[in-house]
Design a protein around this ligand. Structure first.
Ligand SMILES: [Zn+2]
Length: 171
């Protein structure tokens, strides 16, 4: 396993559409392991392959609730409702904004065994799924965010004691 470098800000790869994965090869499995390792190191809850410079339709999600999701060639089948909440992205360090997403989504994806499966997510999981699938289409959250600002502002405004880490989830 190896840590990968996260592409940030104006990196053109973040704005490109990723290609479908044809087969879950051993190389893809190593890539997925590296993505989890890199995501944990950066304390994110999701990571998409283009964020580490690989234009393949692969994303990982772990909301630290004992569920790890590997999403290869994910597609959104259904969405329902709406939620607006503060969001951050590992590719835009220190930036946060309000993003409106579906409140629940139904996604079909391939797992590491090469099988298609269905994930139904609500709330934060729905947000993470949409954020990652956007990455695979070259869409970054700052295009959708309102009230985009530095996350230091939040800590100044709220009296959270000794809170050095930001509270905002990064994907
Ligand atoms: Zn992101």
């Amino acid at each position: 396993m190896a840590l990968r470098k996260i592409r940030i800000d104006d990196d053109p790869l973040l704005r490109m559409v990723s290609k479908k994965v044809k087969e879950v090869t051993p190389r893809i499995k190593v890539l997925v392991e590296d993505m989890f390792e890199t995501m944990y190191k950066e304390q994110g809850v999701g990571l998409a392959a283009p964020q580490i410079g690989i234009l393949k339709r692969i994303a990982v999600i772990d909301l630290y609730d004992d569920n790890k999701f590997v999403l290869i060639n994910p597609i959104i089948l259904e969405t329902e409702g709406e939620q607006t909440g503060i969001e951050g992205c590992l590719s835009f360090p220190g930036r946060v904004g309000d993003v409106t997403r579906p409140n629940s989504v139904k996604v079909e994806a391939t797992n590491l065994d090469g099988e298609r499966y269905i994930i139904e997510g609500e709330g934060l999981l729905a947000r993470a799924l949409c954020h990652e699938i956007d990455h695979l289409d070259g869409i970054v959250f700052i295009e959708k965010a309102e009230n985009l600002h530095d996350d230091d502002d939040i800590n100044d405004d709220e009296d959270i004691d000794d809170n050095e880490d930001d509270d905002v989830d990064e994907f």
